[in-house]
Write a protein that binds this ligand. Sequence first.
Ligand code: 3PG
Length: 219
Amino acid sequence: MNEDVLERLAAHRLVPVVVLDDAKDADPLARALVEGGLPVAEVTFRTAAAAEAIRAMADRGDVLVGAGTVLTAAQVDQAVAAGAHYIVSPGTSRAVVERAQEHGVLALPGAVTATEVQAALELGLSTVKFFPAGTSGGARAISALAAPFGGVRFVPTGGVGVPNLGEYLALPCVAAVGGSWMVPRDRVGAGDFEGVRALVADAVALAVSLRPGLVSIPG
Ligand code: 3PG
């Protein structure tokens, strides 16, 4: 099941990182994501609305819902009870990863150094969130880490947007790229779901155009 979640993330290649101030926005946001062609969301535990928003999205049945910014084992319990399909944390926390594993739910902890990647490997994981990507060396740092950690896949997030998405998606070790640029908090808060749908659709089109297999080779 966890492999299935990872494969779905890798198939979509993009993970919208969502901060919801009001759980009532969860359903229309989920609709905008689905209609924009990206039925994935990482709903962050940065607001009190997180658990209710995760439940609203997961109950729809058409969105792969992760819980983000999960800092404690208690939040893992809340996220899983709300229906989260996977758990994301900004750093590699043994307590968070082990609680997710007890629930049988995929954990995607943050790791940006060789020591942190090894810690994740020791917890039985082979995919990590590379966070915050932009200030941790970006695509060059991921490339350097991929040399010793051949089987590890990364989900760079933090400081990624339209101008630099391609640098990350070009790396074979990058499973997917996360970011908030296609789901801006202010637009969601203002109820501009058509605007969000358009941003999501643009992001999907960009990711597809950057797919290495689609680069046309002359002749
Ligand atoms: C995260 O939690 O993953 C980041 O805050 C998203 O970073 P971004 O807002 O720079 O995309």
